[in-house]
Design a protein around this ligand. Structure first.
Ligand SMILES: CC(C)(COP(=O)(O)OP(=O)(O)OC[C@H]1O[C@@H](n2cnc3c(N)ncnc32)[C@H](O)[C@@H]1OP(=O)(O)O)[C@@H](O)C(=O)NCCC(=O)NCCS
Length: 159
């Protein structure tokens, strides 16, 4: 499954995928105050700001999932409901780990909402280790939102 850079024209579709996948995984396990600010518009604005760093799977014009790395963090990974279990997430993860390693990162980390069992299982299948919890300062349109999360780490660089 090929992973490629997102096209500008795909931002609307990607915002819909991000919103729907975020809602599937988080609406029942995070505070209502966070769900209220996770709107379609908010995801679209964040994608516009991150456009150069978005990697996707799926044919041009029909992306099925997205992944973004930021510094040493695997920052976002979301695939559409239809693409879950298809290997799309594995392809995005492999691409992200390669990019992290190429940028000189030795140990990468990611935050996963406490109780997001499917994502946790997926990360563990990919060789990530849950090292504990941390307070993540989540980006929102109205500033930072502090949320306790599971922290995962993986060595991605060559020794
Ligand atoms: C997280 C995500 C990217 C993983 O991709 P995926 O294609 O669903 O991953 P896979 O199907 O390969 O692996 C998921 C595993 O979790 C298991 N699983 C499914 N529901 C589960 C649950 N409620 N609790 C625990 N494990 C679960 C699956 O059986 C599978 O394990 P298996 O391969 O051993 O059977 C994708 O599910 C997704 O986009 N979810 C919504 C958004 C999200 O949570 N993003 C991550 C934010 S931290």
């Amino acid at each position: 499954m090929d992973v490629r850079a997102a096209e500008k024209e795909e931002i609307d579709q990607l915002a819909r995928i991000w919103l729907d996948a975020w809602t599937d995984a988080h609406a029942e396990i995070v505070p209502a105050a966070l769900t209220r600010v996770r709107t379609y518009e908010s995801f679209k604005q964040r994608l516009q700001a991150l456009a150069a760093d978005i990697r996707v799977v799926g044919p041009p014009g029909a992306p099925a999932g997205l992944c973004i790395v930021k510094g040493d963090e695997l920052y976002q990974l979301f695939v559409s409901a239809e693409a879950r279990g298809s290997g799309a997430a594995d392809a995005l993860m492999a691409d992200a780990e390669r990019r992290l390693a190429r940028s000189g990162v030795q140990t990468a980390w990611l935050a996963c909402a406490i109780g997001n069992g499917r994502a946790a299982r997926f990360y563990e299948k990919c060789g990530w280790n849950r090292v504990g919890t941390m307070v993540s300062e989540l980006d929102t349109e109205t500033g930072k939102f502090a949320l306790e999360v599971w922290r995962y780490e993986k060595r991605v660089g060559r020794p």
